[in-house]
Design a protein around this ligand. Structure first.
Ligand code: A3P
Ligand code: MG
Length: 254
């Protein structure tokens, strides 16, 4: 692996973790979904932790698959550089044969903001990265599409879609949904009701680098590397749609 800078580290690690996950799927098959999920989460976490320890030994890491004690390590809150990783986002979809909506997230947080990130979509054969942010499609107007969780969509989103003239598109994995906004399959992603920093850090790093809108559903800034990694709601959209989405969500919560 040739390491140039943090953007390249994020992209290379997400890519390689993704390649390994494809092999895990191939090797184990889909007969035992629980075992496949557990092995995907575990092996990808170990690979990312070992790689970051080797390539960036002085940086902290916050991973979904770390133990509670590791996550609560106070050194992370003093650190200037923290890698926020989700070794396998969309674990459920990873375990379902034929599904390509799962991802590997690798982000770098430095002194208060996300500075690099990559989202590998191994089963789609692509990786979105801050090294070369995707060019956003322009919004042409008219009906648009909002990506939502397949299993836990926010209860207000049906009304929001009706109000704004949008269609809901269920997709697994926060990384796959935000990537779908950046590549033009949908125009927005709305989530509420629970999520964590690792679910959104890497895709938000890429979305911000691409010039997309990314915020909490009330318009507040998304903040990372907090003591409590809960980050329960998010709105990512093409920039042209952010104002009406935020206004629509506000109206529904009055
Ligand atoms: N209500 C909730 N509470 C906690 N985590 C949630 C959640 N809704 C979604 N998530 C997490 O956000 C990611 C994307 O979810 P979804 O596919 O439903 O949109 C998943 O990450 P993991 O697959 O890494 O666990 C999932 O666990
Ligand atoms: Mg996740």
């Amino acid at each position: 692996m040739t390491i140039r800078d943090d953007h390249a580290v994020a992209a290379d690690l997400a890519n390689e973790a993704g390649e390994r996950l494809l092999k895990v799927r191939e090797r184990m098959g889909f007969g035992d979904a629980a075992a496949l999920k557990a092995e995907g989460d575990r092996s990808s976490h170990v690979f990312l932790m070992e790689s970051l320890a080797r390539l960036r030994p002085s940086d902290s890491v916050l991973s979904e698959e770390a133990t509670r004690e590791e996550r609560l390590d106070p050194r992370r809150l003093q650190a200037e550089r923290v890698w926020i990783v989700d070794p396998l986002d969309g674990t459920r979809e990873f375990s379902e044969e034929g599904r390509a909506d799962w991802a590997v997230h690798v982000a770098l947080w430095e002194r208060g903001r996300l500075t690099a990130g990559a989202v590998a979509l191994p089963a789609q054969g692509r990786t979105l990265t801050t090294a070369a942010p995707p060019k956003l499609p322009p919004f042409a107007g008219g009906r648009f599409r909002i990506a939502v969780s397949r299993t836990r969509p926010p209860e207000f989103v049906q009304k929001l879609a009706f109000l704004l003239g949008a269609d809901l598109v269920p997709i697994g994995s926060a990384g796959a949904k935000i990537s779908a906004v950046l590549t033009g399959e949908v125009e927005a992603y709305v989530h509420a009701g629970g999520q964590y920093e690792w679910d959104s850090a890497a895709p938000v790093a890429v979305a911000q680098a691409a010039g997309a809108h990314a915020s909490r559903v009330d318009g507040a800034e998304l903040t990372y590397n907090q003591a409590d990694p809960s980050l329960p709601d998010i709105l990512v959209s093409l920039p042209e749609l952010a104002a009406s989405l935020l206004a629509g969500i506000r109206d529904l919560h009055r």
